[in-house]
Design a protein around this ligand. Structure first.
Ligand code: PMP
Length: 434
């Protein structure tokens, strides 16, 4: 079959519309779509030749930017050896090296790595680990999970059950999803004075229901998709203490916060804690391909395997895909070699400086920055069908949702590009407000 030309962006979009479904989208009322030709460094080029500055890192994943020579080389070298082999009964250097690196850089005590396909799957694996652990220990009745309002942990079935019951998709699947416990999201914001009252809802729920709860799952310090809220690290430290006190495991979902985005290598470091189970994804393979990991302590791993059936019951077909592992490994080396912390700090200062100008504009409710995350919260939900093309007109790729227009550029973005990204974003918002 003759390959159709995709030279023309409009034609490509038209062909796409005939057959594809996009994330969180309607096939009846499709929203604007832009065809991409290539991506390089911190820029994405559209089919019509326009270059857009990337403010999204492709949903928190491309932390080193696009088309990176070191990552390309890692991918090519591995492809020349083998692209994939099953992980049942076989192992390889890329997975083993990645496992070693992850154990070394993640919070203390996490000693066992389960590689899997995507962030949502790593959450499923984490929940399964927690449930199987209690079962193996012979503790009856710990079948439910505790989560935070405004939390987000993915779109698969069990992961959905621990997402915010209002802003998540619970209302669509009422009665079908497992019923979990939810506590108020931490009211004490990052940077505010610590307010001990903010931990009381968690304390009360654990006091009443710990015997039914396998684990508390939360996003450390930054609640992402559920509202881009930054909360006080002391809340996290208290949550760790309360989980220990009540015999409940702590699952830290660092799929979005991992690998430096918040200014610490892992969000848990803000509170100086280690979870029992840790989920990683998104930028684990630097935005090149899908890869996730669920790490756990020795206690969990040996606990699960010390009782019938003596195995952890999970094993995805593409577990530990060598291509993804090779890129992930190279990406972790790169992160350390390129001084991620200085870059994230520099971006934080840039975002704070550039975005402060919009805080007083009509329609803007709040502006906040943590690490390489800048958030402009509007008073009303934005009209994506108008704002997205306006942002593209300004030469920036930013994808708002709800009331939130947020920036999380690749760590390599230089100061002048960052300024342009912020100015373009603010100009598009201002135009829409008129
Ligand atoms: N947990 C968190 C905190 C996330 O931000 C996301 C993705 N937005 C997920 C889980 C799900 O990851 P994935 O989209 O790779 O399934």
């Amino acid at each position: 079959m003759q390959q159709k030309s995709s030279e023309n962006g409009a034609e490509l979009v038209e062909r796409d519309r005939q057959v594809l479904w996009h994330p969180y989208s309607s096939v009846l009322q499709p929203s604007p779509l832009f065809a991409v030709k290539r991506a390089e460094g911190v820029r994405i080029q559209l089919q019509d030749g326009r270059w857009l500055l990337d403010g999204m890192s492709s949903w928190w994943s491309a932390m080193h930017g696009y088309n990176h020579p070191v990552l390309n080389r890692a991918l090519q070298q591995q492809a020349e050896q083998f692209a994939h082999v099953m992980f049942g009964g076989l192992t390889h250097e890329p997975a083993t090296r990645l496992g070693e690196q992850l154990v070394q850089i993640t919070p203390a005590g996490l000693s066992r790595v389960f590689l899997c396909d995507s962030g949502s799957v790593s959450v499923e694996v984490a929940m399964k680990m927690a449930a199987q652990y209690w079962q193996a220990k012979g503790v009856q009745g710990k079948h439910r999970f505790l989560s935070l309002k405004r939390g987000y942990h993915g779109d698969t079935w069990a992961a959905m059950s621990v997402c915010d019951p209002d802003t998540g998709m619970h209302h669509l699947f009422r009665g079908m999803l497992a019923q979990q416990f939810f506590v108020e999201s931490p009211s004490c914001r990052f940077g505010d004075d610590w307010n001990p009252a903010s931990i009381e809802p968690l304390q009360q729920t654990l006091q009443q229901h710990a015997h039914e709860i396998a684990a508390l799952i939360l996003e450390p310090v930054v609640q992402g998709t559920g509202g881009m809220r930054f909360y006080h690290p002391q809340w996290l430290a208290e949550a760790r203490r309360l989980c220990d006190q009540h015999g409940v495991l702590l699952i830290a979902d660092e799929i979005a916060t991992g690998f430096g985005r918040t200014g610490k290598l892992f969000g848990c470091e803000w509170a100086g804690i280690s979870p029992d189970i840790l989920c990683l994804g998104k930028t684990l393979a630097a935005g090149y391909m899908t890869l996730a990991a669920t790490l756990c302590t020795d206690e969990i791993a040996t606990g699960i395997c010390s009782a019938e059936p003596g195995l952890f019951m999970h094993g995805p077909t593409f577990m530990a895909n060598p291509l993804a592992c090779a890129v992930a490994s190279a990406s972790i080396d790169l992160l350390q070699e390129t001084g991620w912390q200085a870059n994230v700090q520099r971006i934080q200062v840039g975002l704070e400086g550039h975005l402060s100008g919009i805080a007083d504009q009509p329609g803007v409710a709040d502006v906040r920055v943590l690490g390489a995350i800048g958030v402009i919260e509007m008073q009303q939900p934005v009209d994506m069908n108008r704002l997205q093309p306006a942002l593209v007109e300004q030469g920036v790729w930013v994808r708002p949702f709800g009331k939130l227009v947020y920036l999380m550029p690749p760590y390599i973005m230089q100061n002048d590009d960052l300024q342009q990204l912020c100015q373009g974003t603010m100009a598009a918002i201002s135009q829409q407000a008129l």
